[in-house]
Design a protein. Sequence first.
Lengths: 182, 182
Amino acid sequence: MTLSRAERRQRTEQRILQSARMLFAERGFERTTIRAVAAAAGVDPALVMQHFGSKDDLFRRAVQAAPPPERPGGPEELVEYLLDTLGLKMGGLSQQSLAMMRSMLTHPEAAESARAALGAQIERLASAIDAPDARLRAALLTTIMLGVAVGHQLLDIEDLHDVPQQELARVLRPVLHSLLSS
Amino acid sequence: MTLSRAERRQRTEQRILQSARMLFAERGFERTTIRAVAAAAGVDPALVMQHFGSKDDLFRRAVQAAPPPERPGGPEELVEYLLDTLGLKMGGLSQQSLAMMRSMLTHPEAAESARAALGAQIERLASAIDAPDARLRAALLTTIMLGVAVGHQLLDIEDLHDVPQQELARVLRPVLHSLLSS
DNA sequence: GCACTGACTCTACAGCCGTTGACCGACACC
DNA sequence: GGTGTCGGTCAACGGCTGTAGAGTCAGTGC
C-alpha cells in the first residue's frame, strides 16, 4: 500500500512529535537537541525546522494536550478525579504531561504554561470545595499531586517505584479527603 | 583596612558562590552560564574556572548544604519538622535548596543528589512511623512537601503567593497527620 | 629593594547548538 | 510524458558555551 504525499507528510510529522515528546520528557527542553529529535525520528534536522519553525514551537506543539475533563461534582468523585491526575487509573501520565513537567522549572514558557494549567485546575477544584479558604485548599491539593507525580514519575523515588497503583491510591485517599473536609 | 591575600581569595570565592547559587536557583543549571556568574560576582570568567575547576564542580559546591537536623521523636514534632522543611518557620528555603530543586529535573547529577537527599529524609521519617507501610507513607510525606515547595517557591503559584506561613501550616497540618496515623 | 608567589585578566580555541539556503528526487497534475 | 510542486537532504554559518594558556600586577617574604 502506497501513501499519498499528504499522508506521508503527516506521518513523519507525527513521528517527529513522538520523538520530541519522548526526549523532552526524558531530558527536558535544554538538554534535548533538534539533532537528537531528528535522529530519533530518522530524519534530517532541517526537516524538523521546516515542519515546526523553531525549537520553541516544536516544544509548544509537543506538550499541548487534550483539554482537561470537566470538574466532577461531589467530594468523593473529586478525590477519585485527583487520583486520576496521577495517572493511577490509566497507565500513567501522558508523554505531554511528563515533557511539560520535566521542563517547567527551567524553561520560562513551560513554567508559564504549567502555572496556567495548575491555576485552571485549582479554580476547577476550588469551585467544588465548600470552605472559606477553598482556593488555598485547592492549591495545596494541586501542588500535592504535583509533588507525588514529580517524585514518582520524574525523580523515580525508590520507595514509590514498585508500589502498585491501588496501594498508592489507598494511602493517598484519606490525605486528599482531609484537605476537602474543613 | 587592607586585606591579606588569603582573605581576598576567600572573599571572592564566597562572592562567586553566592552569585552562582542565586543564578542556579533562578534559572537552573543549563541556563546559567559561567560568564553570567562571573559578571554577577564582578570577576573574570576564567577566575571561576580557576577556583572551581568546572561548571559541574561549581554547581556541586554551590548546592552542598548543611547536614539535615536529626529526626524528631513523636508524631507531633514530626509534623512540625516537616513544616520546617518548607521553610515555614525560618524565612523560606535556603538558596542551596532552591538551586538544587530548580535543577533536579534536568541535570542528571542534581537528580541523583535530590534522590539521595529525599531518600535520606524518607528513611528518617519511616523509622519514626509505626505502620507496616511506613516507607510508603514517609515517601508520600516527602514528595508532598516537595510538591508544595515547588509550587510555592519555584513556580510561584498565585494562590500560594500571599498566604501567610501560619495559614499554610494550619491547613497542611491535618494533612500530614492523616498520613502519619494509620 | 628585589625576586617571587599567586590572585586575577586577556585572548583565543574548539565544539555544539539552532537555524538557513541551495539542492535533489519522487510524486501529482495536465 | 513533460513539468512543476513538495517532502526531504546536504552543507554551512554565526553565535554562544565551557575551557585553557599566556600574561599582568600587586602583595609577600627575605
